[in-house]
Ligand binder design. Structure first.
Ligand code: HEM
Length: 404
């Protein structure tokens, strides 16, 4: 028992260690041997598909850290959590109001704008034969899209980059107490809250057809958010939709260039983009794991998770569970029933999934059509340190030319 515990903890430490960021999958493979494992006195990790699905639908698995023994230890300020870190009924009410703003018309209405942004980014590469895919492509697209959808003035986008980058650390598991990091995160959070409060005032005075106006004016028959919840929700939307989509774009490009046959097929058959992106979400998910908190003792696979414990759901490991996905380490867009955890599941299933899919489908189709003979200049590329929102820091590529 003690040996098993020590080894699960040791493996999870390896997952968190930046030296393993470029390939955590061989560590997950070992962790899959123990579907539910104790890390220390208050933390467990769950790796297998069925157990993760079960917990995503288990009312005893909370998202509210304040109900756990981990309270106060995370890098974020948990005095006013966003809906991502709340349970029913508060979560459901806030989620409903947000979903009402993510109308299919508003999301599919972004399609034309996304196409123009992709075209502009590719046109700007004419005359060159090398570029950093993250810097020139994957990074600017989602931030511009989310700012336009929300109705954030374009000139403020640059400030958002820095805040969103800092707040992406909010969801990392804490490894040792780092007061400087916590202060930096809380300062970014405060600045972004102040910015959003000003924006809400502006939108209430001059509402437009955008998401911030929709939520700020608050004439949804289903109810209205308090000002405090409104600001926290807007900050969440900005951050949740940013780093994740950047990483899905970069992970897609990296995976396709590691599988040149799939790149060529995408060039020839643009309609393959849907299964390709779903397979990237399984094979290289931008969100690798997320916590839940046990409201009661929960017994799973013979292990009792004690009340108040943190349970890390290793989505990226469940996505490669051989009991659910045959040949899990093969990148195979033709895989049947590809029900992955790329967007989570259960009550907290990603709200932005339709938007992210439109962005990435549009971008990949245009890239496959216009970027001629792309090659990776570094494999593996350098990675960002974040073990949860995992993706390349840079993705240097060479290519022959940009087609018309
Ligand atoms: C490829 C891009 C994206 C990925 C991989 C992704 C992934 C996820 C995942 C895994 C969760 C569930 C977290 C959990 O289980 O605890 C989630 C929740 C969420 N996502 Fe996304 N996301 C993406 C893009 C977006 C975008 C573009 C937006 C908004 C504009 C967004 C907004 C949200 C929100 C609001 C939640 C919380 C839902 C809730 O708690 O009810 N996401 N996302």
């Amino acid at each position: 028992m003690t040996i098993a515990r020590a080894s699960a903890n040791d493996l999870f430490k390896q997952v968190l260690d930046p030296v393993n960021r470029s390939n955590p999958y061989r560590i997950y493979e070992q962790m899959l041997a123990n579907p539910v494992a104790q890390l220390d006195a208050t933390r467990y990790v769950v790796t297998t598909y069925n157990e993760i699905i079960g917990l995503l639908h288990d009312p005893r698995a909370s998202k509210d850290e304040r109900k756990s023994k981990a309270q106060g230890t995370s890098l974020r300020d948990d005095s006013n959590p966003s809906l991502l870190f709340l349970d029913a009924p508060e979560h459901d009410q806030l989620r409903k109001l947000v979903i009402h703003q993510f109308t299919p018309e508003r999301i599919s209405g972004m399609q034309g704008r996304i196409s123009s942004l992709v075209t502009e980014a590719l046109d700007a590469l004419r005359g060159q034969t090398q570029f950093d895919f993250v810097e020139k492509f994957a990074y600017p697209l989602p931030v511009t899209v989310i700012c336009e959808l929300m109705g954030v003035p374009r000139e403020d986008e640059q400030r958002f980059h820095a805040w969103a980058d800092m707040l992406a650390h909010n969801i990392e598991p804490v490894v040792g107490y780092d007061p400087a990091k916590k202060t930096a995160i809380q300062n970014a959070d405060k600045e972004l809250h102040t910015y959003m409060s000003e924006l809400v005032k502006e939108k209430r005075a001059h509402p437009q057809d955008d998401l911030v106006s929709g939520l700020a004016v608050g004439n949804d028959p289903a109810g209205q958010m308090s000002d405090k919840d409104l600001i926290t929700t807007l900050v969440l939307l900005l951050v949740a939709g940013h780093e994740t989509t950047v990483n899905l774009l970069s992970n897609s490009m990296l995976t396709l260039l590691r599988h040149p046959f799939e790149w060529r097929k995408l060039h020839e058959q643009p309609e393959r983009v849907m299964p390709v992106v779903e397979e990237v979400l399984r094979y290289e998910p931008p969100v690798q794991f997320m916590p839940r908190y046990a409201l009661n003792d929960i017994t799973l696979q013979g292990v009792t998770i004690s009340q108040g414990s943190t349970i890390e759901l290793l989505y990226a490991a469940g996505n490669r569970d051989p009991r659910h996905f045959p040949h899990p380490n093969d990148f195979n867009p033709e895989r049947p029933n590809n029900q992955h955890f790329g967007f989570g599941g259960g009550d907290h299933l990603c709200i932005g999934a339709p938007l992210a899919r439109i962005e990435v489908h549009t971008a990949l189709n245009e890239l496959a059509r216009r970027l001629i003979n792309p090659r990776l200049l570094a494999d593996p590329p350098p990675y960002k340190s974040n073990p949860v929102l995992r993706g390349p820091q840079h993705l240097p590529l060479a290519f022959d030319r940009i087609a018309d």
